[in-house]
Design a protein around this ligand. Structure first.
Ligand SMILES: Cc1cc2nc3c(=O)[nH]c(=O)nc-3n(C[C@H](O)[C@H](O)[C@H](O)COP(=O)(O)OP(=O)(O)OC[C@H]3O[C@@H](n4cnc5c(N)ncnc54)[C@H](O)[C@@H]3O)c2cc1C
Length: 401
């Protein structure tokens, strides 16, 4: 699968941090994680800390999957509004999913604080604005009530308040206190290098082609014909995880992102440099970076076709630049990098985490726009599954839901 166009920003900015060998012999391990992205990094870190023998393999260079293309807004609010999610999965599961994402933001803040330079982690509030009057009444109003009832720190902004704090016109908005952004590639690279120091083995350019789960272990075969025997297999292959399931649980879409040159004239662009997104679909979203750039993304297309996706990039770049200029005509946004990516979504907006068909084969997949916070939840749930501990949240994300 082709996950993104050339030159996603983080990859260019950070470069190849570490060199890892390619697997050239058979090996045995307690846990084999297939996938060296942010999910593999978070899950592996948790397992290594628990004293487990972990091996990670990736068919690309480490971190070169979706993690390098991500715009990495960290929001507890997922693409399915809370009031709709309650109708789909029930109040307890919906509210808990939102809470888990909120907790994940704090966890990512703590982990990033240990990375030299902080992995670009910065807390910012998040503005969800109504694109139309109708959305203000039919979406923002019930969503505000649902989030307030669930105990989230939110403020309802009317048209005048959006104008005063953000400087553009929108009939209403929800300002959420909790949100953040980071540099996901830098964080993943840091976690992997730390994991190696703590005894994990990492191999890049090592593709798993098949596996056979047994009673005591899973036996895997790589493209080069080497065998890996693991007590547990964790499939953390991002959007490619779908390739390993007989049933289809994700719809693949194309998405677009731009990052500006650092804007020298300003440090504060709008109210607390909040993350911004809107009710219209496909939506527009905006965040800043630790080095004073602005990232604008979205305007997704509902297809998976890498050639068509990348052909659309110049048109989407213009559309996103125009969208930004309409909101913030006074900010000098000069595009430095533009890229396209593939991402998946599930029918309820929640990921799939846990075993499928076999207790030793565990998946962390099905992330939509909020993959990174759900990767934190996946690390906890899969850690507990492997340690034989009950996890009260595991039910929410099971395949059989
Ligand atoms: C443009 C864009 C914007 C996004 N914005 C946000 C956002 O604002 N906030 C947010 O939270 N999330 C966002 N996401 C989603 C987020 O980036 C993903 O959820 C996250 O990066 C997934 O990480 P991962 O480790 O699961 O997958 P990946 O980073 O893709 O890692 C999986 C790895 O598995 C490897 N692999 C696959 N198959 C095999 C195999 N057979 N053998 C060996 N290795 C294999 C791949 O090579 C890959 O490196 C965005 C995604 C995109 C594309």
């Amino acid at each position: 699968m082709n996950l993104h166009s050339d030159y996603p920003f983080w990859m260019v900015k950070e470069g190849m941090k570490n060199a890892y060998p390619t697997l050239e012999e058979d090996l045995k391990t307690d846990v084999l994680i297939v996938g060296g992205g942010i999910s593999g990094a978070l899950i592996g870190t948790k397992l290594v800390k628990a004293g487990i023998d972990v091996t990670i393999v990736d068919k690309r260079h480490i971190g070169f999957g979706s993690t390098s293309a991500s715009t990495a807004m960290l929001q507890y609010e997922i693409d399915t509004p809370l009031y709709e999610l309650i109708e789909m999965v029930g109040e307890a599961a919906a509210v808990r999913s939102y809470e888990l994402c909120a907790e994940a933001i704090d966890t990512l803040g703590k982990i990033s604080a240990k990375v030299p330079g902080g992995a670009g982690f910065e807390p910012h509030p998040s503005l969800f604005y109504a694109s139309t009057k109708k959305d203000a009444e039919q979406l923002i109003a019930p969503e505000f009530e649902a989030r307030k009832a669930a105990g989230f720190k939110v403020k309802l902004l009317d048209e005048a308040a959006v104008q005063k704090q953000f400087g553009f016109n929108a009939p209403a908005g929800i300002l959420s206190e909790q949100g953040a952004h980071l540099n996901p590639y830098q964080l993943a690279q840091h976690l992997f290098s730390k994991m190696v120091k703590n005894g994990a083995r990492i191999f890049d350019l090592t593709e798993v082609q098949a596996w056979e789960p047994g009673q005591k272990r899973v036996e895997l075969t790589t493209k080069n014909g080497h065998k890996i025997r693991a007590k547990y297999l964790v499939v953390a292959c991002g959007y490619e995880s779908q390739n390993y399931l007989p049933k289809n649980v994700t719809q693949l879409n194309s998405t677009y992102a731009l990052v500006s040159k650092p804007v020298e004239s300003k440090k504060k662009f709008w109210h607390r440099n909040a993350l911004i997104w809107e009710t219209k679909t496909p939506y527009l979203y905006i965040r800043t970076t630790a080095d004073n750039r602005i990232i604008v993304g979205g305007r997704d297309e509902r297809f998976y076709n890498p050639e068509k996706r990348d052909e659309l990039l110049p048109k989407k770049r213009k559309q996103l630049e125009d969208d930004f200029a309409k909101l913030f005509p006074h900010i000098d946004f000069i595009t430095d990098f533009a890229w396209a990516g593939t991402f998946g979504e599930t029918k309820d907006g929640l990921p799939y985490i846990g075993s499928y068909n076999h207790p030793r084969t565990l998946f962390a997949m099905g992330y939509g726009g909020n993959g990174i916070t759900f990767s934190v939840a996946a690390a906890d749930i899969l850690h507990d599954a492997i340690m034989g501990k009950k996890n009260k949240d595991a039910e929410i994300f099971r395949f059989e839901r």
